[in-house]
Design a protein around this ligand. Sequence first.
Ligand SMILES: *[C@@H]1O[C@H](CO)[C@@H](O)[C@H](O)[C@H]1NC(C)=O
Ligand SMILES: *[C@@H]1O[C@H](CO)[C@@H](O)[C@H](O)[C@H]1NC(C)=O
Ligand SMILES: *[C@@H]1O[C@H](CO)[C@@H](O)[C@H](O)[C@H]1NC(C)=O
Ligand SMILES: *[C@@H]1O[C@H](CO)[C@@H](O)[C@H](O)[C@H]1NC(C)=O
Ligand SMILES: *[C@@H]1O[C@H](CO)[C@@H](O)[C@H](O)[C@H]1NC(C)=O
Length: 638
Amino acid sequence: MNLEKLIILAIILAILTLGESDPEIVVINQGGSQYNVTNLSDFNNNLNATFAQLRDELNAGKYFATAEQPRGSDSAYSMVQCRKYLSSADCIACFTAAESLIRKFSPANGARVVYLGCSLRYESSNFFDQSTQEGRFGSCGNQTASDATAFQTAVSGLLADLQVATPKINGFFAASKRAVGESSNEVYAIAQCVESISESGCRDCLQVAYGNINRCLTSTVGWAVDVGCFLRYSESPFFADNQTTDITPFLKTGGSSKKKAIIGGTVAGGISLLLTALFVWLILSRKRMITQKGNILDVTELQGPINYRYKDLVSATRKFSEENKLGEGGFGEIYKGALNNGKVVAVKKLSIGLSRRIISDFENEVKLISNVHHRNLVRLLGCCSKGPELLLVYEFMANSSLDKFLFGERRGTLNWKQRYDIILNTARGLAYLHEDFHVCIIHRDIKPSNILLDDDFQPKIADFGLARLLPDNQSHLSTKFAGTLGYTAPEYAIHGQLSEKVDTYSYGVVVLEIISGKKSTELKDTDDYLLKRAWKLYENDLHLELIDESLDPNKYTQEEAKKVVEIALMCTQASAASRPTMSEVVVLLRSKGSLENKPIITRPIFIDPETRVRGESSTSTTSSVSNATASITDVSGR
Ligand SMILES: *[C@@H]1O[C@H](CO)[C@@H](O)[C@H](O)[C@H]1NC(C)=O
Ligand SMILES: *[C@@H]1O[C@H](CO)[C@@H](O)[C@H](O)[C@H]1NC(C)=O
Ligand SMILES: *[C@@H]1O[C@H](CO)[C@@H](O)[C@H](O)[C@H]1NC(C)=O
Ligand SMILES: *[C@@H]1O[C@H](CO)[C@@H](O)[C@H](O)[C@H]1NC(C)=O
Ligand SMILES: *[C@@H]1O[C@H](CO)[C@@H](O)[C@H](O)[C@H]1NC(C)=O
């Protein structure tokens, strides 16, 4: 090809990309439910009817529409949304493409397609009020911006502002741009929520999306998506100048056009005065927190945790009644609570002896923990302190914890794939805590009861970060929280040596439990608890015998099963340095086939969980303790 042709081609390309028409049919996320509809022809009738309704609405100039056909055994619910900077024709073109792509998921009873230009989703039950769900996230471009630091500052500022403004804007859409440093470059971004969720739902969703896009910010482009919202930025413009939204009025306190529209008349005066006072108070208390810590990023500050009122939590949990009690974790009792706005939460009453230093640090610690957003970590929503009483408010997880599925009422109900997913995604959650969050958080108490499962059996790790509240240097000895025997790495249990490899060890033990269906502390015969047995079998190349007999052997390959056992044993090696990091575990688990370059796995130290560990001696003595899952409190430390 000669130069002329190249230039002409470039011009055509430029016209195509800069021109008015671009429905942005670039897939950024797609997926279908693992469940099938019961009566496909019935369902297709309903689905086709909803798609026709959606099309009608878009033809009428709308950019967002929902439709439902709740008839027959297989109801259909559908939703479409176009980015508002598209032309109406591009919006319809985008929908047409999405409609044909989403059909490839048939007969799944739910599916979604997200393009840069529009999103389409259908389900067999109503999902219109959903704002966040597990497993929706984003991606970063693979090129780094030229002035990465200035770019990152500009993007994070812009996205943070969009996150604040968009929920307050009618129609839940905002497009804005910002200058990068002193240069003439600009960065462009949009935020959008589905119009069938509430203002707070929009805020929640954007907060999660922002958390997910946060690691991108030096890339030239990035986006994040969740069921209720969409966030995108780019170093090049993707909407016209006259399509930008003036977001400044919505960044000011009380600057919500929506609120103003709802509140009217004379009563309004008093209410808005109250609101303003509340806002001013919130701003002031935030400022105070910032100056205390000093070095908090200006971004995290905008999405800080909620300070709940004690009174509200008392009434939400019906005065911490027995019926509302969900259980007792290492750090205190947990209650189910229904807030005034209908949101269901889990409230944890901390019952650890906290030092003064901790209480004064409490808010900052809560702030730090509440900024941890990952789909495999339970979210901390906020806190409340009243006198010595400290309460933490978490998202509520309807399904119970992993131990119920391994050893409890629902024993044996998880199949191989589900178990493998739990193993992989728990590793991802831990890798995030250790390596991706800006502070390395060591959990110190990984065990099945701290791994909660959502509706899709995806794991979410609970209670992370709380060990940070404990006094330094002695948490392993003087409290009952920082570890549970059977799961605790020997160097931590005995010498208090803390590193992220402590979590790797506990994780390895949990993996053995997941695939064997046996408790780590359960003795088959004396002197043969799980880790020891696993090691013996491995040495004799019999480790497949460890796999839970209740699992269908046709559903996994021997290679895969062996690999998981070997990874678990790598994680529990005596020397912390020999154990892999959690991100290495993720890579190993995701690799196909057996482990490459057969790793040399060294022997674990065997601490018999039936016995007390004493002092500095490296293993155990045999004085008895009745409770097999005795916690570290029972370790006499010196
Ligand atoms: C759903 O249907 C597809 C295609 O008919 C089939 O391959 C798949 O196994 C089904 N899934 C379930 C969970 O029944
Ligand atoms: C699906 O439903 C239709 C009408 O409700 C019925 O006629 C048909 O037999 C059903 N098909 C199956 C496979 O159940
Ligand atoms: C639904 O629409 C698709 C695509 O237009 C078509 O192939 C299918 O036959 C329709 N199904 C029913 C049950 O109307
Ligand atoms: C970046 O991504 C694009 C498109 O996804 C691809 O074509 C290109 O090779 C990638 N570049 C690098 C350096 O990975
Ligand atoms: C925005 O600018 C384009 C040209 O760049 C013009 O065609 C369009 O009408 C303008 N839209 C509005 C709402 O002013």
